[in-house]
Design a binder for this molecule. Structure first.
Ligand code: RP5
Length: 163
């Protein structure tokens, strides 16, 4: 199969209220030089939008989908049911259950339709983007270099002794 160096990441989220978390994914992808788009797509409030997005994702050059959702967080699983593009789920920290509801909804996909599940909240959004960049970097040496440099600079930033 021909290598596609123009693959994009789609960052989708169930609500505008998720953006304060999901914008951290966007920030990381910008640093990595990965092309991306952001969209509000709700599995229950905008099901047709969800279906159309997932159905056309491959045609639209999307290589990885990051899906953030909170509560009964079915968005990542539903998208993964429609497309075989890798889906990374970010459990949004909900008010009542602190995101445990989101985490279990996203992680406990029954066999056959996978969703890669990250940590609850900001850490998950950041790691989802790092993982998406790592997937994209398999076909893109520039992204690979940026990702490795980012990791190196993180390693160098850790002091040897506390003060
Ligand atoms: C989910 O419901 C969204 O992903 C969001 O985390 C949660 C609450 O949505 P809003 O009521 O803030 O729009 O669909």
């Amino acid at each position: 199969m021909k290598k596609n160096r123009n693959l994009k990441v789609a960052i989708v989220m169930g609500s505008q209220s998720d953006f304060k978390t999901m914008k951290l994914s966007a920030k990381i992808l910008k640093t990595m030089g990965v092309k991306f788009e952001t969209k509000i797509i709700s599995a229950h409030r905008t099901p047709k939008r969800m279906y159309e997005f997932a159905e056309n994702a491959s045609k639209n050059n999307i290589g990885v989908i990051i899906a953030g959702a909170g509560g009964s967080a079915h968005l990542p699983g539903m998208i993964s049911a429609i497309t075989s593009i890798p889906v990374l789920g970010v459990p949004i920290e909900s008010k009542k259950l602190k995101g445990l509801d989101s985490l279990l909804s996203i992680a406990q996909m029954p066999k056959g339709i996978p969703v890669g599940t990250l940590a609850i909240g900001d850490d998950g959004a950041i790691n989802a983007a790092l993982l998406a960049a790592a997937i994209i970097s398999n076909n893109n040496p520039i992204v690979k270099k940026k990702l490795n440099n980012w990791r190196l600079s993180q390693t160098r930033s850790v002091k040897k002794n506390p003060r």
